[in-house]
Design a protein around this ligand. Structure first.
Ligand SMILES: [Mn+2]
Length: 170
């Protein structure tokens, strides 16, 4: 079965349509291959929009792009904590992963403390996954792209962005 294009996943997610588990696996493998090649310190040039914790607030994320401009016309650094607390952790993470897969030069995703198995197991994302009957929504927990730290990064060091030589970290 064809998984389709990542452009089609992005369009579906924006329209509130969930993607399938094979599509999700395809998306995770594409983003994982991008993230393992990134250094733990990512050099970014301004102008760039720097965004704090999204925490599962999917509709606020869509509003943020409406206000700040869409990728790739605008560039963004997200400082981590994409999941938990809000109601739409899976949708939020998948939308950001689609944008990373399609426009890697225009979006930097730093890993926050919630992008770890230890935290998501005790926070809302895990509770939602436990309630959900959909295998699609459980898959990100099993194979999160953030489970693989950048290949050249020390394991405990959080990823950082250098924006015009100024350091930003989550
Ligand atoms: Mn947070």
């Amino acid at each position: 079965m064809s998984t389709g294009s990542i452009e089609s996943y992005l369009a579906a997610l924006k329209a509130g349509i969930p993607i399938t588990e094979p599509q999700l696996r395809h998306l995770c493998s594409v983003v994982k291959s991008l993230l393992v090649e990134e250094c733990s310190v990512t050099a970014v040039s301004s102008p760039v929009n720097v965004c704090g914790d999204i925490h599962g607030q999917f509709y606020d994320l869509l509003e943020l792009f409406t206000t700040g401009g869409e990728i790739p016309a605008k560039s963004y650094v997200f400082m981590g904590d994409f999941v938990d607390r809000g109601h739409n952790s899976v949708e939020t993470l998948l939308l950001l992963l689609c944008l990373k897969a399609l426009y890697p030069a225009h979006i930097t995703l730093l890993r926050g403390n919630h992008e770890s198995r230890q935290i998501t197991q005790v926070r809302e994302l895990a509770k939602r996954e436990a309630r959900s009957a959909s295998p699609t929504s459980r898959a990100p927990l099993r194979e999160p792209p953030f489970a693989s730290p950048p290949s050249r990064a020390p394991l405990r060091e959080p990823p950082r962005a250098m924006i015009d030589r100024k350091e930003f970290s989550s």
